[in-house]
Design a protein around this ligand. Structure first.
Ligand code: PXG
Length: 285
């Protein structure tokens, strides 16, 4: 069955949802995106995702030719048109078609695309038993080169690290910044629990400020768990009581082994379990 895709101002069958080979999103990765989820017919933190999309666009001088409200409505409409109540949405804005050359001023018509699809979750056993991850040799892009806070269509940095993880038999890989500090995983933020306290790298470690990360930090506060943004190095992860990752796709997922070191007891810990349960309750609220 053909999916309906929102493209610029209307919903079209997926066969008609096409972009030009001259689109700078394709030619240069010039554009921005968001990944969102809906639970029981309600999009989780829709306004936050739309705000982050517009912030990414502002940062690269890309003028989205729609209001925030219209973009939010397009997300809701795309889910409804495909009868998805528990779905995954990819929101993409490309620079648009232009000449062969980097100059974004020679492009016209940014393309606003909303793809609503079913979610392909990680296998259940990863959530029950926890993930093994490895540190990638590929460093996270330095903020001074390209801010990791921009969710751009240029994800090669993360893809290179993901390949390293996959080659080591892991579905996620840990990325360090140029100072050797822990930044994040390729599509997830990272947390550790140490002495009952929740710790996660600060934005200036060079991370995408995940919306799931923000939600989990709020849940920790509500659960009486002290949560702090602190600089972490790999030693902190290896010696943590618990470790988990957060992201729109993964939600909250425990990590039980890092670079061959067992984390804590080697099984998902109590704080991870509590925050996972609280997260599931939150998204259904
Ligand atoms: N770090 C990076 C580099 C990301 O790309 C996150 C952290 C987590 O952020 P959120 O806001 O989702 O909690 C991301 C998010 C995908 C996919 O299809 C990737 C993300 C989100 C959704 C889907 O791989 N990245």
């Amino acid at each position: 069955m053909s999916r309906m895709i929102f493209m610029n101002d209307r919903l079209v069958p997926e066969e008609q949802a096409v972009v030009s080979v001259f689109d700078h999103g394709l030619l240069y990765g010039d554009g921005v995106f968001e990944g969102l989820r809906s639970y029981g017919g309600k999009v989780f933190r829709l306004a936050e995702h739309v705000d982050r999309l517009f912030a990414s666009a502002r940062s690269i001088c890309l003028e989205i030719p729609m209001s925030k409200a219209a973009v939010a409505k397009a997300v809701v409409d795309a889910l409804a048109a495909n009868k998805l109540s528990d779905g995954y949405v990819r929101l993409v804005v490309t620079r648009g078609a232009g000449s062969l050359g980097l100059d974004p001023n020679k492009t016209k018509h940014p393309q606003v695309i909303v793809i609503a699809d079913t979610i392909s979750l990680y296998p259940r056993e990863y959530y029950e038993r926890g993930l093994r991850i490895v540190t990638a040799a590929t460093q996270r892009t330095q903020s001074a080169a390209l801010s990791p806070r921009i969710k751009s269509l240029n994800y090669l940095n993360n893809i290179m690290a993901k390949l390293e993880g996959l080659q080591a038999g892991c579905i996620e890989a840990l990325m360090l910044n140029h100072k050797g500090e822990v930044a994040e995983c390729t599509g997830d933020n990272v947390f550790v629990v140490r002495g009952g306290r929740l710790l996660t790298p600060p934005p200036d470690a060079g991370i995408l400020e995940g919306i799931t990360r923000g939600a989990v930090m709020e849940l920790a506060v509500a659960a009486g768990v002290d949560c702090r943004e602190v600089t972490l190095v790999r030693h902190d992860l290896y010696t943590a009581d618990e470790c988990f990752l957060t992201g729109t796709a993964a939600e909250v997922i425990p990590v039980v082994e890092i670079d061959g070191r067992t984390v804590g007891s080697g099984a998902p810990g109590p704080v991870t379990k509590r925050l996972t349960d609280d997260f599931h309750a939150l998204v259904r609220r």
